[in-house]
Design a protein around this ligand. Structure first.
Ligand SMILES: Cc1ncc(COP(=O)(O)O)c(C=O)c1O
Length: 419
């Protein structure tokens, strides 16, 4: 790794052409993600330009709705007081609640905060267990640890989500909740999960941070459980320009408890006893969020069209397995993630072609250092481990042009030697 860093650093100074720089990367064959990142930053220093087709493109996505964002921004800029700002935020919360058909939508500071505040509002804490998936972004499990509880992992199914058939065997007297994650925008089998939760009287907190607008049998994810949690990180389908999140629920008592925790100074007469720092959604994100929410249907439709182009082209390639979507599920495609033979080779090849493919995530949660204390070991969740070795996510921004999608498809076919 060090050797390549040194070589590339000096080359990057000389090579002013991004394409040539990428060609040189074919030399690279050490641990993929760290070295790829290092190389990329050298290219950036040397050439300014980084990707021909980036994975995310916040600028292009915002540009699609710039007029609406600018109009909302001018509304925000003339607000005169904190109360005005709160009312402006309320307008977005009401629009979000209406879209989801729920009574409460509570803007919070991030998706992680949404999860932790909701678990906290159920009084879940020390000595309690929360069942979740090991194949997710680290924040899912960190939110559980944040309230003092213990994540209990269950292996995943072919759809990359928690396998409902394996949940019951993990329920103990300490289990207080199930936290399913609709990963990549692909809905979990919420019908089966809700049945189990009802049987054992468990709370269900849905991590829909990647799944805005996804649905199962026509019902949107986030509305099956006691609460649904969303992230508004700029990378999400509905994204602001920094951290933000939302909890939705129709349970008044739960909503009141969350409000007390996220705004302790306003709502808690015993503020000093509250362990929460303020965690409200910043109104500065609202112009982006409220505008994009108005266009959510077309955003998802565009993403589905790109996914269909990929699926149609990849289904006949034996080295690839397109996403597995269960009957009745409407994927919203925050990510288009498929299984690929020689995943690392494919990723490196795309890299040299200026196409940014990503691997979410490179290590199963239970094998990460942060969760060593849970005592899990290699091979505890075989499907999850196999999946981590094979997955690769391709660009699927709704701002992508068909020609760009076609380039990606062509390069992938090239890699596998298919005409
Ligand atoms: C599945 C999942 N859960 C939780 C989060 C946390 O959201 P945030 O980054 O807004 O805190 C994310 C964010 O990427 C996520 O993808």
């Amino acid at each position: 790794m060090r050797k390549y860093e040194i070589v590339f650093k000096s080359l990057a100074k000389v090579v002013k052409n991004c394409w040539q720089a990428r060609k040189l990367l074919q030399l690279e064959n050490s641990r993929e993600s760290i070295s790829l990142q290092a190389m990329r930053s050298y290219i950036k220093q040397a050439c300014g330009n980084t990707w021909d087709i980036p994975y995310d493109n916040y600028c292009a996505e915002n540009a699609l709705y710039l007029k609406g964002i600018q109009e909302e921004m001018s509304t925000l800029l003339v607000l005169e007081s904190a109360i005005d700002c709160e009312e402006y935020l309320r307008k977005f919360e009401l629009a979000f609640a209406k879209y989801y058909g729920v009574l409460y939508a509570l803007g919070v500071s991030s998706g992680t905060a949404a999860l932790a505040l909701t678990l906290g509002a159920f009084d879940i804490g020390e000595g309690d267990e929360v069942i979740t998936t090991p194949h997710t972004y680290i924040a899912t499990a960190l939110a559980i640890v944040d309230v003092g509880a213990r994540p209990v992992f269950v292996d995943i199914g072919e759809d990359f989500n928690i396998d409902p058939l394996k949940i019951e065997e993990k329920i103990s007297s300490r289990t207080k909740a199930i936290l399913p994650v609709h990963l990549y925008g692909n809905p979990c089998r919420m019908d089966q999960i809700m049945e189990i939760a009802q049987k054992y009287n468990l709370a269900v907190v849905e991590d829909a941070c990647q799944a805005h607008g996804a649905s199962l049998d026509g019902k949107k994810v986030g509305t099956f459980g006691n609460a649904g949690c969303f992230s508004f990180h700029p990378s999400k389908i509905i994204g602001g320009m920094g951290d933000g999140g939302m909890v939705i629920t129709s349970d008044k008592k739960l909503a009141q408890r969350i409000i007390k925790q996220k705004e302790p100074i306003h709502h808690d007469t015993e503020v000093l006893k509250s362990r929460r720092t303020p965690a409200c959604l910043d109104p500065i994100h609202v112009p982006f969020l409220i505008t994009k929410l108005q266009h959510i249907r077309e955003i998802i439709e565009r993403r589905k069209k790109i996914a269909a182009m990929y699926n149609n082209s990849f289904i006949s390639i034996p080295q690839l397995r397109i996403p597995n979507i269960e009957t009745g599920c409407e994927h919203s495609y925050r990510n288009y993630t498929l299984r690929a033979e020689d995943r690392s080779g494919l990723r490196r090849y795309l890299f040299t072609r200026g196409i940014q493919a990503k691997v979410f995530y490179e290590i199963p949660l239970y094998l990460r250092k942060e969760f060593e204390f849970l005592g899990y070991r290699q091979a505890d969740f075989p499907l999850c481990e196999q999946t981590y070795k094979e997955i690769i996510s391709l660009p699927i921004s709704h701002a992508l042009k068909n020609e760009q999608v076609e380039i990606i498809i062509r390069e992938i076919k090239n890699y596998y030697g298919i005409k």
